[in-house]
Design a protein around this ligand. Structure first.
Ligand SMILES: [Fe+2]
Length: 133
């Protein structure tokens, strides 16, 4: 479900490597849920995902500003939506309002497929023209 595939490549190695790490954290989350591991362990992985994604978004956004990337504002909104969703999820988990479900995994999978394949790929040419590889 969260395996890396060359189709995800944006043509910039350091960003591909971060996307690989994000997929790997999501893969660990899937495994932990399948095994029915304790909620503290699952919450820990979600926390890790939140931290890693935030630093990855920062890196992308740094390049948007540096290269005057034309799609910057819409892209940053997508990052914010993801962060909001994870934050809401964490607080719901914390207050026991929801239990984790495969709906969350579907959300993450849809987000990966939409965000990397469509939104991130859109900056590929701009980043490469500015010398990233
Ligand atoms: Fe992005």
């Amino acid at each position: 479900m969260f395996e890396w595939d060359e189709k995800y490549s944006v043509g910039v190695l350091s960003i591909d490597n971060q996307h690989k790490e994000i997929l790997s954290i999501m893969g660990r989350l899937l495994e932990a849920m399948k095994k029915g591991q304790a909620s503290e362990i699952i919450a820990g992985i979600i926390h890790e995902l939140e931290k890693y994604a935030a630093s990855h978004f920062q890196k992308e956004e740094f390049f948007f500003h540096r290269f005057n990337y034309i799609g910057s504002s819409d892209h940053i909104i997508e990052h914010q939506n993801f962060k909001d969703k994870i934050r809401a999820l964490k607080s719901d988990l914390h207050s026991g309002k929801i239990t984790l479900s495969f709906e969350l995994l579907n959300f993450l999978k849809d987000w990966i497929d939409h965000h990397i394949l469509v939104i991130d790929k859109a900056y590929s040419e701009c980043f490469r023209l500015n010398g990233l590889k």
